[in-house]
Design a protein around this ligand. Structure first.
Ligand SMILES: Cc1cc2nc3c(=O)[nH]c(=O)nc-3n(C[C@H](O)[C@H](O)[C@H](O)COP(=O)(O)OP(=O)(O)OC[C@H]3O[C@@H](n4cnc5c(N)ncnc54)[C@H](O)[C@@H]3O)c2cc1C
Ligand code: FES
Length: 581
């Protein structure tokens, strides 16, 4: 019979960590006597980062005394105290390789159900003073698990834990944890896991990712967005074959293989990365493909920003015959398969990736219902006006709304544009979008935040709203207290002696310094926005595009990311790097 040895609770507090403040509830302390276990928490307990911990599906964290004994031996520690792993229940019995997701237990006056293995993050490493802890718990098959509360009631140390029923499929916590995090994911097992109703929605999404992973596709589709490997490694020379003037400050370049052989097909919405010579070192910039996917040559369309380095270089130097270095098409902002309605919404130069999608729809799905919504300042800045009009004429179920924020006197209402002003909530409401519309948005950051919120208010599922940013993506720093944001910059102190690292979206190239333990720490020192959670090669939250170059891993990640990607939390450069960050 399993026993509840200790009940621990703790409210989140601010903790100093590497010069930053972490708001965390990982510090739990044992409490005497009965404690009320409620749907969301034990009384007196709380979590600092509800994105990763707590909530109905993760109301109680369980860890076993046997694992304490194991880690004391493996880590040579004699200082481990109950609550050390951030758990609420320290138990005797209930090992991870016997407890199944969906099992129900009576503990004191409460009934609970197992919902998922624990997802380890850097905070258990902080609490243990062992940064590798998150990875070790996965690699050694001792994650612990979460419970949701079926019946609220009093619990206390010494309570017996009585099993009431076994989860369907009898999949153990250790089995499920290994299925998601360790190499060799079985589709059949992912399907089994999906048939356990008690499995938390987050884990169900990961299992669906594994189930949908294409044969032979590298990486972990349960943890990272699946994408085909890039068509070539690093940069290859392509030749400019033609230039088109689109508007006063936008021009298109056609790029072809030197020998004229057709270039690998790109998906509609993907981008290229160009490495151009610059006065202070190479300029590495990305440009969405704007032409017809599948054409033998690529077309990109560049807006020349005032004082913009790459735009100015291309404007001055791009002529038929110019050779530029180009990394393969990539990106996951691509038109998904299906035949439901599509909204292609853009502002300014953000039209480029959605124009490629429009080309694709005309070429292969002309019967789909399409809404084309575009915002420009006036007719002189309306990119691809004639081209998009011609394409839309080939779609019998197309709807068009063009907004000019400041129409010029010669711009004709109802012919050149639909309404004066920006793309507002009222414009979106007036479109009459069906609720199953898939939306693809590209434009300035704030504009996209507003449009995304409004599409949500109109009833569009968040999973169907896709967006592309022409710059750095938002960071994800779980539990770190907000601090003033600085634009990306070289790290403090003397430049490092290592190879150049280009953070392409941030427009920053800086020499690597071995003073940093990982590319993640280096990026943080440069205030480049980054996403991470475990910081030790398990969760794949830090997966980033490796446009060119090589890295070495230390520690080795639990599973390597897909081709063309890297995990920045546990890698350092061994050559010059271009990163999609
Ligand atoms: C996935 C992706 C797809 C993209 N697709 C496209 C695309 O299809 N078309 C496109 O045009 N761009 C696209 N971009 C943006 C592109 O990569 C460049 O960031 C952009 O063109 C600016 O590059 P630049 O070198 O010309 O400007 P930068 O030199 O990087 O300058 C950036 C900004 O700072 C301003 N600035 C620079 N120096 C000064 C100064 N001294 N004083 C005042 N202001 C200054 C510039 O005006 C500019 O607005 C994309 C970006 C990404 C990440
Ligand atoms: S942050 Fe978890 S793998 Fe890098």
């Amino acid at each position: 019979m399993a026993t509840l040895l200790t009940v621990s609770v703790g409210l989140p507090k601010d903790v100093d960590w590497r010069g930053r403040t972490v708001h965390t509830g990982v510090w739990k302390r044992p409490v005497d006597g009965p404690v009320m276990l409620r749907r969301l928490n034990l009384d007196g307990d709380g979590q600092g980062d509800l994105g990763g911990h707590g909530g109905e599906q993760r109301a109680v964290l369980v860890y076993q005394r046997d694992s304490y004994r194991y880690w004391a031996k493996v880590l040579g520690r004699d200082d481990l105290v109950p609550g050390q792993f951030g758990e609420n229940f320290t138990v005797d019995g209930l090992p991870d390789d016997e407890v199944c997701v969906g099992d129900r237990y009576r503990v004191g006056g409460a009934v609970v159900e197992v919902t998922q293995p624990r997802v380890t993050c850097y905070r258990v490493g902080m609490r243990m003073n062992e940064p590798r802890m998150a990875a070790l718990m996965v690699a050694h098959h001792r994650p612990g698990f979460y419970l949701r509360v079926i019946t609220e009631g009093l619990v206390q140390a010494g309570d017996e834990i009585v099993k009431l029923s076994t989860g369907p499929e009898a999949m153990t916590v250790a089995e499920l944890d290994a299925l998601l995090y360790l190499p060799g994911h079985s589709r059949a097992d992912a399907a089994r896991a999906l048939s356990i109703p008690a499995l938390s929605p987050g884990w169900q999404a990961s299992m669906r990712g594994l189930l949908d992973q294409a044969d032979g596709q590298e990486g972990n589709a349960g943890l990272e967005t699946a994408a085909a490997p890039p068509a070539w490694t690093g940069f290859r020379p392509l030749t400019v074959t033609a230039l088109d003037e689109e508007t006063r400050d936008v021009f298109s370049l056609h790029l072809a293989a030197a020998d004229g052989s057709p270039l690998p097909a790109a998906l509609p919405g993907q981008f290229l990365t160009l490495r151009l010579p610059g006065p202070g070192g190479p300029l590495v910039r990305s440009y969405s493909l704007s032409g017809t996917p599948g054409d033998a040559v690529y077309r990109i369309s560049v807006k020349q920003e005032p004082h913009g380095a790459a735009g100015t270089y291309l404007r001055a130097n791009a002529r038929p015959g110019l050779v530029v270095e180009v990394a393969a098409p990539r990106g996951t902002f691509t038109l998904e398969s299906g035949d439901g309605p599509v909204l292609l919404l853009s502002a300014g130069i953000g039209a480029t990736p959605v124009l490629a999608m429009l080309h694709a729809l005309v070429a292969s799905q002309p019967d789909r219902a399409v809404w084309w919504v575009h915002g420009a300042r006036d007719g002189s800045e309306h990119v691809f006006a004639a081209e998009s009009r011609e394409l839309l004429a080939g779609l019998p179920h197309a709807h068009v709304h063009i907004c000019y924020s400041r129409p010029a006197p010669q711009d004709r209402p109802d012919r050149d544009f639909t309404s004066a002003g920006r793309i507002t909530a009222a414009v979106l409401r007036g479109l009459g979008l069906p609720p199953d519309t898939s939306a693809y948005l590209c434009g300035p950051t704030e504009f996209m935040q507003d449009v995304t919120a409004e599409l949500g208010a109109l009833g569009l599922d968040a999973g169907r709203v896709h967006s592309e940013l022409f710059g750095a993506q938002a960071g994800l720093t779980p539990g770190i207290a907000a601090a003033p944001v600085r634009p990306p910059h070289a790290p403090e102190g003397a430049p490092g002696p290592g190879p150049a690292v280009s953070f392409v979206r941030s427009g920053l190239t800086v020499p690597w310094s071995p003073a940093y333990a990982s590319l993640l720490e280096f990026a943080e020192a440069c205030d480049v926005p980054v996403r991470w959670s475990c910081r030790t090669g398990v969760c794949h939250t830090c997966v980033s595009g490796l446009l060119s170059g090589q890295v070495a891993y230390s520690p080795e990640p639990v599973e390597e990311p897909g081709d063309g990607n890297l995990l920045i939390c546990c890698s350092e450069p061994t050559s010059e790097l271009a990163l999609d960050l």
